[in-house]
Design a protein around this ligand. Structure first.
Ligand code: KIV
Ligand code: ZN
Length: 522
């Protein structure tokens, strides 16, 4: 048996489906490109039948990604498989993933069928998917709670029908490692054609055991792990990719298993996913938490000074976390910035050097010293700005009298290329800025969540504002980053306004198509 474990990333499917605000196509593409660079073998990027937006994003990613296999999800239904195949057909290499529940609880209460009906549906779906590609994956949803005889029958039938990957999900995160490893071992012992498929696992983290269960499974012969960056996903989330990759790398001597993951990309990919998905990472999270490589106790610090391996089983550099002591100021030339970006793993095509340098100089004038995270923040903000942005914040001035609890803000904002200036008061500087923006744009946004944080360390950090807003029953997520937290707040609101504007345009377009269809039908 090969000792290569395939990494199947489902951040953009299982992870994305659990977010409060969906990602835009551009954001999904950014994550897909980061995953490709990270070296995932397969990326599951959506569920095309679920919405035209999902279909479009799967298609866009499928067109762009070359070095990882792109996969889309479908229920065991022909219309789902058709949608997945159509969205993926532009890819160089693709996989169709079809699934149906196999546990008695799901079969009887959710599907209201018999197990034999479900078995027939699974076989039919796999055969149907094979018309489009040789690479078909079949999942037995809720396998962790499926009676083992039924699970063996289902796996054997799906392989016979043509599935080349069989996924065994612990959908509700119920099993414990010895039990889950035992299920995999039984499948290897009892399913006669098991050597014709790769056995995959997909564990949820409801009891905090998703990573342990996945490791138990590979010890028993599973050779694909489904996981997500930072472990995002349904409820308590999925098995986290960075933990799996670093367990297999750090404990290679014990487990003797390899992945194709370029661990140096972990830190950057994790930050990008956290930022775009508006999902902060807990400080003590393994591998990517801010405390994962910091040593607090005096005894530990003393040990570290004497020999790093006293308390460090892997280095921060191994996940691409390079602590930078380089002091960048407005006197730093372009080559310094370019060199620093390269060291952080960015390639020239990832950003526009002219624009980055211009913004760097502006920031350096404001802050004095510029750090790595500032450069990354500038690149991130630039990636969020779109050429067709309807609203652009040009100027913001705020006067606040905190003793009286009133503030006044004046904003100049470009709306479709035309400048509008307005002033308004509020109960604080952010409130006043938001009221002035509402006046200038004639648009009121219902903010459901406002979060102020910091990007970077200490007094030199940038203010980061994340807001979530509800519009026409849809959730939108806007981000602002600036040295001034009121400016960051205004940027976040303008970001949401541009997203809402685009969503309105899409809705108008759909309505127009509907009308044209109706007229055509008369
Ligand atoms: O958790 C699960 O069972 C799933 C399947 C669709 C693979 O996400
Ligand atoms: Zn899942």
């Amino acid at each position: 048996m090969s000792n290569r474990v395939l990494i199947f990333d489902t951040t953009l499917r299982d992870g994305e489906q659990a977010l409060a605000a969906s990602l835009t196509v551009k954001e999904k593409l950014q994550i897909a490109l980061a995953l490709e660079r990270l070296g995932v073998d397969v990326m599951e990027v959506g569920f095309p039948v679920s919405s035209p937006g999902d279909f479009h994003s799967v298609q866009t990613i499928a067109k762009t990604i070359k070095n990882s296999r792109v996969c889309a999800l479908s229920r065991a239904l022909e219309k789902d498989i058709d949608a997945a195949a159509q969205a993926l057909s532009v890819a160089e290499q693709f996989r169709i993933h079809t699934f149906i529940s196999t546990s008695t609880i799901h079969v009887e209460s959710k599907l209201k069928r018999t197990f034999d009906d479900v078995l027939d549906m699974a076989v039919g779906a796999v055969k149907y998917a094979r018309r489009f590609t040789d690479d078909v994956e079949f999942s037995c949803e809720d396998a962790g709670r499926t009676p083992i005889d039924n699970l063996c029958r289902m796996v054997e039938a799906a392989i016979k029908a043509g599935a080349r990957t069989i996924n065994i999900p612990d959908t509700v995160g119920y099993t414990v490692p010895s039990e889950f490893g035992g299920i995999i071992q039984t499948l290897f012992n009892r399913v006669p054609n098991i050597d014709q498929a790769v056995i995959s696992v997909h564990c949820h983290d409801d009891l905090g055991l998703s990573v342990a269960n996945s490791i138990a499974a590979v010890e028993m012969g599973a050779r694909q792990i489904e996981c997500t960056i930072n472990g995002i996903g349904e409820r308590a989330g999925n098995c986290s990719l960075e933990e799996i990759a670093m367990i297999l790398a750090t404990r290679k001597g014990l487990l003797d298993l390899d992945t194709g993951i370029n661990a140096k990309e972990i830190h950057r990919t994790s930050s990008l996913v956290s930022q775009l998905c508006n999902m902060p990472i807990q400080a003590n999270k393994a591998i990517v938490g801010t405390n994962a490589f910091s040593h607090s106790s005096g005894i530990h610090q003393d040990g570290m000074l004497k020999a790093k391996n006293t308390y460090e089983i892997m280095t921060p550099e191994s996940i691409g976390l390079n602590r930078n002591n380089l002091n960048m100021t407005s006197r730093s030339g372009r080559h310094v910035i370019k060199h620093r970006m390269e060291e952080m793993g960015y390639q020239p095509g990832d950003y526009d050097m002219d624009s980055l340098y211009e913004q760097f100089l502006t920031l350096a004038d404001k802050k004095g010293q510029v750090f790595d995270y500032d450069l990354e923040a500038l690149v991130y903000m630039e990636s969020q700005a779109q050429d067709d942005d309807q609203y652009k914040l040009q100027h913001l001035m705020v006067h606040s009298d905190s003793t009286e609890g009133v503030a006044t803000a004046t904003v100049r904002i470009a709306v479709d290329g035309k400048d509008f200036t307005e002033a308004a008061t509020g109960n604080g500087p952010v409130d006043a800025a938001y009221n002035a923006i509402a006046r200038a744009t004639q648009r009121q946004i219902n903010i459901t969540n406002y979060k102020l944080g910091a990007k970077g360390e200490g007094q030199n950090a940038l203010g980061q504002v994340d807001i979530t807003a509800k519009y026409n029953e849809q959730m939108f997520h806007g981000v602002g980053l600036a040295t001034d937290v009121v400016e960051a707040s205004a940027q976040a609101l303008v970001h949401v306004m541009n997203l809402v504007y685009r969503a309105d345009k899409v809705a108008d377009f759909k309505q127009q198509i509907h009308k044209e269809r109706e007229l055509g039908g008369v």
